[in-house]
Design a protein around this ligand. Structure first.
Ligand SMILES: Cc1cc2nc3c(=O)[nH]c(=O)nc-3n(C[C@H](O)[C@H](O)[C@H](O)COP(=O)(O)O)c2cc1C
Length: 176
């Protein structure tokens, strides 16, 4: 397992790259460690039209994904940010599975949600429930935000909120 280099870990699942790009920018702004959620799938994985339907059904039926082991020890971070896309107005199956497996070891949870248009509230509720704890901060980035160029502002406000929560809890320690 990798040693923590920051008090914050950003973990994300991304099928087509949008959540990954936002998670990478957020991690860079926070000076956070970062880790993708990886499935043990072979072949085409979740790429292509057939897997789109498969992903929809997985989310709809809340099926468990088969994940590779985590590379970081989540319990050693003050805050773990988990990023997921919305699938069928649910959170993505791999992100939900990851939180069911690791949520109990997370000290403080923050949530990032990427979507086209609808389903963010349900997805955020589902992610917090899977982790078994409420999020200290959350951020929703929709396709419209990217079109209007306000995604960066939302991300930066999210990063400020996470830092603020860290500072409020650890007044004598220096945070990133
Ligand atoms: C199977 C599937 C179902 C989706 N369902 C929704 C939905 O219900 N609401 C929505 O706004 N976007 C939906 N989307 C769009 C994704 O949430 C959006 O494109 C997201 O930014 C993709 O993130 P990614 O590039 O990290 O995979 C869906 C995408 C997929 C693949």
């Amino acid at each position: 397992m990798s040693e923590p280099r920051s008090p914050i870990l950003v973990v994300y699942y991304s099928r087509s790259g949008r959540t990954r790009r936002i998670a990478e920018m957020l991690a860079s702004e926070l000076g956070a460690d970062i880790e993708p959620i990886c499935e043990r799938r072979l072949g085409v994985g979740r790429k292509g039209a057939r897997s789109y339907v498969g992903s929809l059904v997985d989310a709809w039926l809340q099926r468990r994904a088969d994940l590779l082991p985590a590379r970081h020890d989540v319990s050693s971070y003050d805050v773990v940010v988990v990023g997921s896309a919305v699938w069928a107005r649910h959170a993505s199956a791999p992100a939900v599975t990851w939180l069911k497996e690791h949520g109990g070891h997370i000290q403080r949870l923050a949530l990032l949600c990427c979507l086209r248009r609808r389903g963010a509230t349900q997805a955020l509720t589902q992610l917090a429930r899977a982790a078994g704890k409420p999020a200290i901060a959350s951020c929703v980035v929709a396709a419209r935000d990217l079109r209007l160029g306000v995604d960066g502002l939302k991300r930066q406000a999210f990063a400020r909120s996470i830092r603020h929560r860290l500072q409020a809890r650890r007044p004598t320690e220096r945070v990133v």
